[in-house]
Design a protein around this ligand. Structure first.
Ligand SMILES: [Zn+2]
Length: 321
């Protein structure tokens, strides 16, 4: 029987490893997940990926000969050409030859990239990017992740650091500290965490309003709550959303002036506010983008959710395998 030429996509996160097998056109044959074993600095992970794939292929009456390759995404600094991981803090990998280890376990070609880059590739291929050759993908979650697709390729730069949109300096003086060691990064003001931080400042200062009431009642405020309160005209919430979206619009507007994307895709937890988010962001973007760019660039909310990573990983195999 001839080989099936399937594509395997793997998305390694700090708590779960998402796996999928797709056909060459990018349709799911199957997808599933297994827990991430971060013991011994993540040393057991390649073996676990290999046996998870082998078992699944067996259940599909297939084997490693039926997959063209394995694409793997992980959070951290990864050299895409060599599949060498400099550092993936949540996983425990440091100077880890992931490609080499996984190829040894499976006998199949392995391609690796940063998870945010692969999520962008997934959205380009099968999601909100809809095949766009020039695309900016911004993920608003705990941090601000980014992926840049330029002329159909994921942009890596000299050391694989390209696309770190979250660490664009937004507040040059007196900004809040960021996980990267700098202060005032975009993700300190426009991520879900950043929006909540700004809201808490307002709550502590004003001790009144919808956000204050909610915090008093439930002990927490989420980014979505802030969008909802802003829509109901709560003054503090409106100011927080204005500040978060001003900085995001400024950063994305400047990026669009440099990269000229067809489409800008916004994903992550904050994107659940969908229309509210795009409506709040757009005027700031339009102000900072060149007129022609403001006129032509479209915004989309990410469509693939948690599947973006494995679909992008499969795309990597299709492109490079
Ligand atoms: Zn930073």
């Amino acid at each position: 029987m001839e080989n099936k030429n399937w594509l395997a996509g793997v998305d390694v996160g700090g708590t779960t490893i998402k796996l999928a097998i797709l056909d060459e056109a990018g349709s799911f044959i199957t997808k599933w997940e297994v827990p991430t074993d971060i013991s011994d600095s993540g040393h057991h992970i390649p073996g676990h990926i290999a046996s998870a794939l082998e078992d699944k292929l067996y259940s599909l009456d297939a084997g490693f000969k039926d997959i063209k390759g394995i694409g793997v995404g992980a959070p951290g600094f990864i050299e895409a050409d060599t599949g060498f991981i400099y550092q993936a803090v949540n996983i425990g990998w440091r100077n880890y030859p992931l490609k080499e280890r996984l190829e040894k376990e499976t006998g199949v070609p392995v391609f690796a990239d940063n998870d945010a880059n692969l999520a962008a590739a997934g959205e380009m291929w099968k999601g909100a990017g809809d095949g766009a050759k020039n695309m900016l993908c911004v993920t608003l979650g705990t941090g601000v992740g980014g992926g840049i697709i330029s002329e159909g390729f994921v942009l890596h730069g000299a050391y694989g650091m390209a696309g770190e949109i979250g660490h664009i300096t937004s507040v040059p003086e007196g900004g809040a500290p960021c996980n990267c060691g700098k202060t005032g990064c975009l993700e300190t003001v426009s991520s879900a965490t950043g929006i909540v931080r700004l809201a808490m400042e307002k709550i502590e200062a004003s001790k009144a309003g919808a956000l204050f009431d909610q915090f008093e009642n439930t002990g927490m405020v989420t980014a979505k709550d802030v969008f909802d309160a802003a829509e109901k005209n709560d003054q503090s919430a409106k100011e927080v959303i204005h500040e978060a979206m001003y900085h995001l619009g400024l950063a994305i507007g400047n990026l669009a002036n440099s990269l000229n994307p067809n489409v800008i895709v916004i994903g992550g937890g904050v994107s659940k506010a969908e229309e509210k988010l795009l409506n709040a962001l757009r005027p700031h973007f339009d102000r900072f983008a060149l007129p022609k760019i403001a006129e032509e660039t479209t915004f989309q909310v990410a469509r693939l959710g948690n599947d973006a990573g494995v679909i992008g990983a499969a795309w990597l195999v299709k492109e490079k395998g």
